[in-house]
Design a protein around this ligand. Structure first.
Ligand code: GDP
Ligand code: IMO
Ligand code: MG
Length: 434
């Protein structure tokens, strides 16, 4: 019985939603373990598009249990609106969804605090999604946050809310930020949210434990990507949660001994949204070409994604952190039009070639990528249903990525739809899914 983690191997938006939706056919439970509605996981079922933000992509499969784990931060308004959209297309949300009683709650003062921090003179803006994610995690770590269990506890919620609000009001006053809002109305609205969500809230760690005992299979769905992880990413240009594989255990309350495999999702190139270093970024027309072909615009904010070339040292780094058993290479079709495809095979820093990822922003900015230019296949990969049916040069490209990263390419995605996926025969991935 395999339980697996599927997560981003780059800076997010690798196509995790598509892959989790596809793989969830083989699983009983799909659990999110970190992040919040900063995530945007796009799934196409036929021509119908769904964008999941807080709810695990597995919910689109009838009968699959979807779990929002304790490591997630929840904006109840955003969650209810996502639930309503799914109910509107006939998904049995109340039966399928469970929410952790230990997940922290996002309040309207969190995005306010974020705005202040992002806009303050002398502070480097991270280019966040403005959803209040960072400030909600700040409150969690500072041990003053409010959890779902508190939200539904009528006796303690009011007092906790007032205390947290008083904290924020003090900060706003110190920084001369307008804090005028009908906070009493906000509190009341959250009490209404609590009533609606209460039946879905439980100890999800216990639920996952029982599910495993009953022989059910669990897929843990990562949000963001390893390079946005609070510890391992390009700090400070990261999100505020543990997006890497280790986060699945703490963020879902499951033991590491129960994880049987880790799947890294990576584009055949690379993108990033927001600020921060990006060694292989393709600028101007070159970047624009990929952006256009890959429709690289944020699923949550609509911001254009910065685009660039596949970065082998970065994949080495994220493999070290996560121990990928297999890689899924997505969006291969986006490269169909290119005559040549550069791949970064090493970093040159201060004249020396290294495979090491610098820990600082300044170090990252010193990187001069060393490229190997691969020949493009210059024809359509759409419709190829097996690895062998891919153009020879596309196979060479994938084999090269495999040999350079040292991790098998177990799956290739050549379009956004479920059917546009090749799972390699005999791969570790195929075994983990079987
Ligand atoms: P996620 O956050 O990792 O789930 O990724 P996003 O949904 O934010 O972004 C990935 C985008 O690429 C979505 O619009 C997907 O529909 C699309 N997509 C996924 N796989 C493929 C693929 O193989 N080819 C193409 N052309 N698009 C893909
Ligand atoms: P999915 O799950 C890509 C980026 C933001 C910003 C940084 C911090 O769809 O892959 P935050 O609002 O989290 O404090 O912003 O992280 N970011 C993402 N980039 N994909 C995501 O999620 C992201 N979630 C956050 O753009 O640079
Ligand atoms: Mg996304």
């Amino acid at each position: 019985m395999s339980n697996i983690i599927v997560l981003g191997a780059q800076w997010g938006d690798e196509g995790k939603g598509k892959m989790v939706d596809l793989f969830s056919e083989k699983f009983d439970v799909v659990a999110r373990y970190q992040g919040g509605h900063n995530a945007g996981h796009t799934v196409y079922i036929g021509k119908t598009k769904y964008v999941l933000k807080l709810i695990p992509s597995g919910i689109l499969r009838p009968g699959v249990q979807a779990v929002i784990g304790n490591g997630v931060v929840i904006d109840p308004g955003a969650l209810l609106s996502e639930m309503a959209t799914l109910e509107g297309v006939g998904i049995a949300v109340d039966e399928q969804l469970r929410i952790s009683n230990r997940a922290h709650v996002i309040f309207p003062f969190h995005p306010l605090m974020e705005k202040m921090s992002e806009a303050r003179e002398g502070r480097t803006a991270i280019g966040t999604t403005s959803r209040g994610i960072g400030p909600a995690y700040e409150d969690k770590i500072a041990r003053r946050g409010i959890r779902m269990a508190d939200l539904v506890d009528a006796d303690s919620f009011e007092e906790m809310f007032e205390a947290l609000l008083a904290d924020k009001a003090t900060i706003a006053k110190a920084f001369h930020i307008s804090f005028d809002q009908d906070w009493g109305a906000v509190r009341k609205q959250y009490q209404e949210y609590a009533t609606r969500l209460h039946p879905l809230i439980c100890d999800t760690s216990a639920f996952l434990g029982e599910s495993m005992k009953a022989g059910k299979r669990i897929l843990f769905e990562g949000a963001q990507g390893t390079m946005l992880d609070i510890d391992h990413g390009t700090y400070p240009f990261v999100t505020s949660s543990s997006a890497s594989a280790g986060g699945a255990c703490t963020g879902a309350g499951v033991p590491p001994t129960k994880i049987n495999g880790v799947i890294g999702v990576s584009k055949a190139y690379i993108t990033r949204v927001g600020g921060g270093p990006f060694p292989t970024e393709a600028l101007r027309e070159e970047g624009e070409r990929i952006r256009k072909a890959g429709n690289e615009f944020g699923a949550v904010t609509g911001r254009p994604r910065r685009c660039g070339w596949f970065d082998v040292p970065l994949l080495h780094f994220t493999t070290t952190v996560n121990g990928f058993d297999s890689l899924v290479i997505t969006k291969l079709d986006v490269l169909d039009m290119l005559a040549e495809i550069p791949v970064c095979i090493g970093y040159k820093i201060d004249g020396k070639v290294t495979n090491e990822m610098p820990a600082t922003n300044r170090g990252m900015e010193k990187i001069e990528p060393v490229y190997k230019v691969m020949s493009g296949w210059h024809c359509s990969t759409k419709g190829a249903a097996t690895f062998d049916a891919l153009p020879e040069k596309a196979k060479t490209y994938l084999d090269f990525l495999e040999s350079q990263t040292g991790v098998e390419v177990g799956c290739v995605s050549n379009g956004p739809e479920r059917t546009e996926t090749i799972i390699r025969k005999g791969s570790k991935l195929e075994k983990l899914l079987s």
